[in-house]
Every structure is written in structure tokens, then in C-alpha cells.
Design a protein around this ligand. Structure first.
Ligand SMILES: *Cc1c(COP(=O)(O)O)cnc(C)c1O
Length: 378
């Protein structure tokens, strides 16, 4: 928590990591042993533990979630001239990773209920240059994977799951990360679990995993040290980061439960505002892990949303706007009007504080302030 105090209350940050397990001990172990770079025992331990928790054959650490996406796209063979379908409503890294390959991200609108890529809109965007799809499980709620996988298989497209925000989320009882051909996770400081900066690639495809391993380690031949048959990258994670990650993963159930509890508190506290707020709720087939608990103004525009955020800020409550859709960003500008759902969510949505250090009293206070501001809104 930040130190500044408002009316006797500590400011409530929108996100915050919680280190309540072996984090400090494992990190100290790296320093004491001298294994601080990308060799060292915690890398393999973290990869094995993550693979088994996720239920996949291969998990490969990397520098961050963006690098994980870039590695996967390269490993799936994406290059100049190719197109990859991505939701417009996502974090910029999803689209940027496609550009890093010299390929073109083709933006697709979302469905109103889950805010995730709309399977109906998806098929219309497929053309002769389409190579694959990146599905994002936005804010911890899985996309509707069955129709997406059916479309992908019919057209011979690969599916990468961008699960940066969805550790532990599931779809029809199956964990995200196991639903497409491959998946990426992020361990940035505001994600469900963190390594400071960090990412993970997961897949059941051994050949794909081998390509990722080659590319993330400068392209060094696995059987001949210091021999480089291809141009690779330095996208490795350090042993220190993996130490942090292993300790976080040991407590993942508690971290996830804390978020579910926060979400339940919001659902109770905001139930009376249903005429004013739409909640980003869980579909019947999903297990939502609430990376961020989001609300949408039923009436109003981005100006009203921003004004509400400013009022909450003066109450000591930090919030975030829901992602600005990619078609609004200068590098991906598209004024075609093909994204009504992304536009609506992007302009009216805000993310409330969601993390494992929030107390019931914090959540009740946030709900009370929200109710107050919405009641006094003209
Ligand atoms: C955080 C995030 C990423 C990128 O992860 P980094 O570790 O910050 O590089 C990618 N996609 C989505 C949807 C994210 O939220």
C-alpha cells in the first residue's frame, strides 16, 4: 500500500503483489548460491511446477508475457505478409507481438457478455493470408473456445491463447492454457502471480516447444554449445525471477481464492446498483479468476467514466479504465466502425481495485463510494 493517507485511510491501489510464502527465502538462496542469471535450479523447478499445475507437457520460462507471445508466433511460423486475428479489446502487447513478426494483426470485435473475441465476427475476418488466431482470456474470463477451435480447425489456423490475465481460469472445466495449440502467461507485478517481469509459454506440442527453446536462448544449438544455426533472441528469465515464481505458485490457490472473495464482495456490495452498473460477470461455462473486477456504466460515455474515476481517486481509490481498444491506437487505427462492443466496453468500463491484499472493509468502502457518486451523478 502507498503511504499517503486520506481521511485516516490508506490509499487503495488498483493492484498489488502479495509475498506471503517462500519468496524472500528462495530469492536469498539465489544470491547466496551465486545462481542469479538464467541458469540455476529454480528455472527447471518453476517450469516443471507450472506445467503440472496447468496440465501441459511443456512450460518454458521467458522474459515477459510479450516475449512469450512473440516466441509463440515465430514458432508457429508467422512472418511478413501473414495475418493473425486478434481481439481489438486487449492489452497492446497482443497486437504488437504480431507486428514484431512483420505480420499484420487483423482486429476482431468482442462479444458483449464475456468481452472476448466474438466467434461470429471471427469467421468473417478470415482470408487467404490468415495464419492463426490469438485468443485473449480478458481480465481472467475465458473466451468461448469451442466455436473458436471449430473455426480454426476448419480453416487450418493455429490458436494461441494469450492467458496473461487468466492463470487458473477455466472453460467447461478445462484450464486455460490447454485449450488452444499453445498459450502464453505473464508474471508482471500486477498479474495474478508475479516474478517482477516474466512470462511462460505452455504447449503439449514437443516440436513447438523445441522451437521456442531455441529462439528464446539466442538460437543456440541444443547439442552444440556456442553454435547458432538461426537468429534467436535473448528472451530468458533469470533464476531469481523463477525463484519468486515458484514461491508464488506454491500459494496460487490462496492468491486465487482471495480474488474470488474480493469479487464476491463487489457483487454483494454493488447488487443495488444494477440499474446503473453492468458487472463483468461469469458465464455459466466459465471459471472467472477476476484478474480485475470490472464494471461498466449503463449510461454515459468516456467522459462520465473518467469523471467517476476522478471522484474515486479523491476518495483514495485507484481505478483503471478498461483497455482502450486497439483500433483506437495510432499504430492500429481503424475508423471503420466495426467494433461496437469494444467501443462500448472501452469507453464505459473501469477496473476496480482487485488483489489479494484487499480487506472486506476496503471492498465495502469502495462499493459505498461508488454508490454515493452514482446517486449524485446528474
Ligand atoms: C500483461 C499482458 C501481456 C504482456 O505481458 P508482459 O509480461 O507485461 O509483457 C500480454 N497480453 C495481455 C492480455 C496482458 O494483459
Amino acid at each position: 500500500m502507498t503511504e499517503s493517507t486520506l481521511q485516516g485511510r490508506t490509499r487503495i491501489p488498483v493492484a498489488q503483489p502479495v509475498f506471503a510464502g517462500n519468496e524472500a527465502r528462495y530469492v536469498a538462496d539465489c544470491v547466496e548460491s551465486g545462481w542469479v542469471s538464467s541458469n540455476g535450479p529454480y528455472i527447471a523447478k518453476f517450469e516443471q511446477a507450472f506445467a503440472s499445475w496447468c496440465g501441459v507437457r511443456h512450460a518454458l520460462t521467458c522474459a515477459n508475457g510479450t516475449a512469450a507471445l512473440h516466441l509463440l508466433l515465430m514458432a508457429h511460423g508467422v512472418g511478413p505478409g501473414d495475418q493473425v486475428l486478434v481481439p481489438s479489446l486487449t492489452y497492446i502487447a497482443t497486437a504488437n507481438a504480431v507486428r514484431y513478426c512483420g505480420a499484420e494483426p487483423v482486429l476482431v470485435d468482442s462479444e458483449p457478455r464475456t468481452w472476448n473475441i466474438d466467434p461470429a465476427a471471427l469467421e468473417a475476418c478470415i482470408g487467404p493470408r490468415t495464419k492463426g488466431i490469438i485468443v485473449v482470456h480478458l481480465y481472467g474470463h475465458s473466451a468461448d473456445m469451442d466455436p473458436i477451435m471449430a473455426i480454426a480447425r476448419e480453416h487450418g489456423l493455429f490458436v494461441v491463447e494469450d492467458a496473461a490475465e487468466a492463470h487458473g481460469a477455466s472453460y467447461k472445466g478445462r484450464k486455460v492454457g490447454t485449450l488452444g495449440d499453445s498459450a502464453s502467461f505473464s508474471f508482471f507485478g500486477n498479474k495474478v502471480m508475479t516474478t517482477g517481469e516474466g512470462g511462460m509459454v505452455v504447449t503439449n506440442d514437443s516440436a513447438l516447444a523445441d522451437r521456442v527453446r531455441l529462439l528464446k536462448g539466442q538460437g543456440m544449438d541444443p547439442h552444440r554449445r556456442y553454435w547458432f544455426p538461426v537468429v534467436g533472441y535473448n528472451y530468458r528469465m533469470t533464476n531469481i525471477q523463477a525463484a519468486l515464481g515458484l514461491a508464488q505458485l506454491e500459494r496460487i490457490d490462496a492468491l486465487l481464492q482471495a480474488r474470488r472473495d474480493v469479487a464476491a464482495g463487489y457483487q454483494r456490495g454493488l447488487a443495488g446498483l444494477a440499474d446503473r452498473l453492468e458487472l463483468h460477470n461469469e458465464s455459466s461455462w466459465a471459471h472467472h479468476i477476476y484478474w480485475m473486477f470490472n464494471v461498466l456504466l449503463r449510461d454515459g460515455d468516456a467522459h462520465d467514466r473518467d469523471a467517476l474515476m476522478a471522484k474515486l481517486d479523491s476518495d483514495g481509490i485507484e481505478t483503471r479504465p478498461v483497455f482502450y481498444p486497439m483500433h483506437c491506437m495510432p499504430p492500429y487505427q481503424d475508423d471503420s466502425g466495426r467494433y461496437p462492443v469494444a467501443d462500448r466496453v472501452g469507453s464505459r468500463g473501469l477496473s476496480l481495485p482487485t488483489h489479494a491484499a484487499l480487506t472486506e472493509a476496503d471492498v465495502a468502502y469502495i462499493c459505498e463510494r461508488l454508490a454515493h457518486h452514482l446517486a449524485t451523478r446528474p
